[in-house]
Design a protein around this ligand. Structure first.
Ligand code: AHR
Length: 669
């Protein structure tokens, strides 16, 4: 229907403009377009775990983020042992010392000796947290420490939560009783009287003897699933809300490490936390313009916890293991082939850790950590963003060892850093020859790339390896503020591209945006899916796009076409459709990237006897492509849901400018 020929005075035009903004009338530009929606004859199925999440300890994702530990540098193992700490009170030389017992405790060599005998009065330690500590009024926190004090009278300890101007907002007192030479652990609760985003923690020691302390730790009692020393509840919740099909961990470049000594070694991240040897986080120094000198990996969130997290949020675990190569953007070190054995063994042992019964070496470790049941691991990535013949040579050894021992474990291989070009072509061709199960593709590109590549997978080989769209994000040029890079332009381009992923879900088996989390004061990389500060979580437009796709999926690919063609950007429209056999639901996604509204008729006549009276329409829309969600305005872009009437076996849709629309059609029997 064309309104453009109507004679209208300016008042009427104004009214029409307002009505259009409300979506109440048809477009004045362009013809009404007709799209037909059908079930596909080929019966192409969709992996129920298609939409997942990529987790890496980048941007304070783990330490300082989802891992709810509030004390920074709890065991004095940072390069500077007292980083994050301040000594309070008058302490003569030698009264507070960092001791190093490397000979006997290689994984946790340092501790602090406070010699009260040398101090007149009390001495205190203050910890600044990760950019402060987020403390909530009325909530209880658990402080714990390891200590030994063989002589003297018991040391009296007073702990305090302190607000940003120095007022105590919580206090508890306890005693460190005498011990023999062995270390003891003590825990005590402390309740907060007010909410503070930038709190600090203080402990005062009063006694007459030397006391050794280590692993000073403070956690909220309320963590995800109320697990002691667990994860930040609000951050896990937003992951769970996405209904993720898989959790990829622990990254990312962090798997590779700056050099091999800093690579991720999962065996060092399981067992008692005081024995998990800390490693510098590669994002500490990766970007000269975003140096983060206090960024280390404590591995409090280690491989056991990652598997547990995946299980908690209903996701398949997808661990990525180092393939004997360090980051090729950094040192590019590789392990000689004749020394690759321990790396391969780590991969094999990881399967045993996840799936082995409790009589096996690593199954027993898992059981002792509290999970005798297997985690049911089904896939593993070998290498992250590795490339070249040196990668293929190493991958082949891992692939053979894994397939010989665990033929059902799917091997995920890297196609490097780019989705095209010589490096990509070389890897893609060879990985297909090698018969890997999944190829991990990464694309951090401008929004236009996402729009132009919506048909990328339409012609992919159907019989070869499946695709893992393992890391993607549209990067706009907006750099005014870091969070501004997560604008609607980027999210809308991602939505358009994802219709292409969904239409080809028989070949794209897994997909995840990256990176996942960023702390406003601790980030190194933007854009990111979810931003946090010490107390809050902020959801980006890209988050809503991911969530909409992940929570509106199906069991089979359906088709939505105009004149027999898939919708891959004609006049700015991108579309895909799926059918959920179990719920008898047809789900149509329609993205309008145009700046004008478009009138569309979705022809559903092939379902005619089964159509309901109304369908659910989820809309994510914003005309200003530079709009973002941010602190103070967290909900500028968020989904709205309403009903839409079915008319004459079709849906008449006014696709608003710059919008993602989802129509859920519940078919009757
Ligand atoms: O997601 C951030 C980084 O991007 C990942 O660590 C790496 O795999 C990619 O280069």
């Amino acid at each position: 229907m064309i309104f453009s020929s109507l004679h209208m005075n300016s008042v009427k035009l104004g009214v029409l403009a307002s009505l259009m903004a409300l979506g109440a009338v048809r477009s004045v530009v362009g013809q009404e377009r007709h799209f037909s929606v059908r079930l596909e004859a080929e019966n192409r199925t969709i992996n129920p775990n298609l939409w997942g999440v990529f987790f890496e300890d980048i941007n304070f994702g783990a330490d300082g983020g989802i891992y709810a530990e509030l004390i920074k540098n709890r065991s004095f193992e940072f390069f500077r042992p007292m980083m994050g700490w301040k000594i309070l009170g008058d302490t003569p030389e030698g009264a507070v010392m960092v001791l190093n017992r490397e000979q006997t405790h290689e994984t946790n060599p340092r501790f602090l000796r406070i010699d009260n005998a040398k101090i007149s009065g009390t001495v205190g330690l203050e910890n600044e947290g990760f950019r402060g500590m987020g403390i909530r009024k009325g909530e209880e926190y658990t402080f714990s420490l390891m200590y030994r004090q063989p002589t003297g009278t018991p040391t009296s300890c007073r702990i305090q939560l302190v607000d940003s101007v120095g007022n105590a907002i919580g206090e508890s007192v306890f005693f460190l009783e005498n011990t023999d030479d062995d270390w003891q652990r003590i825990s005590v609760g402390i309740r907060a009287k007010s909410t503070e985003a930038k709190a600090r923690f203080v402990i005062w020691f009063d006694g007459n003897a030397a006391v050794d302390v280590d692993m000073l730790s403070l956690f909220p009692v309320e963590t995800w699933n109320n697990r002691p020393n667990g994860l930040r509840k609000d951050m896990v919740q937003v992951l769970a809300d996405m209904n993720p099909g898989f959790l990829r961990f622990p990254g990312g470049c962090i798997v590779e490490g700056f050099d091999l000594s800093q690579r991720y070694q999962w065996k060092n991240t399981v067992g008692p936390i005081e024995d998990r040897q800390m490693v510098v986080n590669r994002w500490n120094f990766e970007f000269a313009n975003r140096l983060t000198p206090d960024y280390f990996q404590t591995f409090g969130l280690g491989f056991f916890e990652y598997f547990q997290l995946a299980e908690d949020i209903g996701a398949e675990a997808l661990p990525i293991i180092n393939c004997g190569m360090a980051c090729q953007y950094n040192t590019g070190e590789v392990v000689p082939i004749d020394q690759l054995g321990p790396y391969v063994q780590d991969a094999l042992d990881l399967v045993e850790f996840a799936n082995g019964d409790i009589s096996t070496t690593w199954g027993k470790v898992r059981a002792e950590m509290g999970h005798p049941e297997p985690f049911n691991l089904k896939m593993m990535g070998v290498g992250n963003e590795n490339w070249g013949p040196q990668y293929l040579e190493r991958l082949a050894i891992f692939q053979k060892a894994l397939k010989d021992r665990y033929p059902d474990i799917k091997v995920v291989a890297s196609s490097g850093t780019d989705p095209q070009g010589e490096r990509f072509e070389y890897l893609d061709t060879n990985l297909r020859k090698m018969g890997v199960d999944l190829i991990d593709e990464h694309f951090y590109r401008e929004p236009q790339w996402f729009l132009s590549n919506a048909a990328r997978y339409d012609h992919y080989e159907r019989n070869g390896p499946k695709i893992f769209a393992g890391e993607y994000a549209a990067h706009t040029k907006q750099k005014v503020k870091p969070e501004d890079k997560n604008n609607w332009e980027a999210a809308l381009a991602e939505a358009a591209f994802l219709t292409g992923v969904e239409r080809n879900a028989d070949v794209v088996e897994l997909a995840s945006y990256a990176p996942l989390f960023a702390h406003y004061e601790g980030w190194q990389w933007t854009p990111d899916l979810i931003w946090v500060d010490n107390l809050q979580v902020y959801l980006t437009p890209s988050y809503y796009v991911q969530k909409i796709f992940a929570t509106n999926t199906g069991t089979h690919i359906a088709s939505v076409q105009e004149n027999g063609q898939n919708l891959t950007g004609q006049e700015g429209i991108y579309s895909s459709a799926v059918f959920n056999r179990e719920d008898k639901e047809l789900v149509i996604k329609l993205v309008n990237t145009n700046a004008s509204q478009q009138s569309v008729v979705l022809d559903l006549s092939t379902f005619k006897k089964r159509l309901p009276k109304t369908v659910t329409h989820t809309l994510l829309q914003e005309s200003n492509i530079l709009a973002t969600n941010r602190v103070g305005e967290p909900e500028t872009i968020h989904p709205a849901v309403k009903d839409l009437r079915v008319e004459k076996n079709s849906l008449r849709v006014e696709a608003l400018p710059k919008s993602l629309n989802v129509f859920k059609v519940k078919l009757t029997l």
